[in-house]
Design a protein around this ligand. Structure first.
Ligand SMILES: [Zn+2]
Length: 86
């Protein structure tokens, strides 16, 4: 069980998006080794306007615009899957 950095609820790993500051490869989604933060797949959390700020604080790093793009696409895909009932 992990805590969502936005709502502070605990969830099963499967319900969370993992963002890791990998020691060698920088920020990664759903993989990597290092300091990690979790965001649950509820819309109010991943679409929170402050989520990038919260992430940066949790990971103690600044996020590149390139990563933010990838992150937003990833999150949009979760939303699509949700709409399809997957
Ligand atoms: Zn949450």
């Amino acid at each position: 069980m992990r805590v969502c950095i936005s709502c502070r609820e605990t969830y099963d790993r499967n319900y969370l998006i993992k963002i890791t500051k990998d020691n060698n490869q920088g920020i990664m989604l759903q993989k990597g080794m290092g300091r990690s933060a979790y965001i649950c797949k509820s819309k109010k959390c991943y679409s929170d306007s402050k989520i990038i700020k919260k992430l940066q604080k949790a990971l103690k790093t600044s996020l590149e615009p390139e990563f933010i793009d990838i992150f937003e696409k990833e999150i949009t895909s979760y939303n699509d899957n949700h709409n399809k009932g997957i």
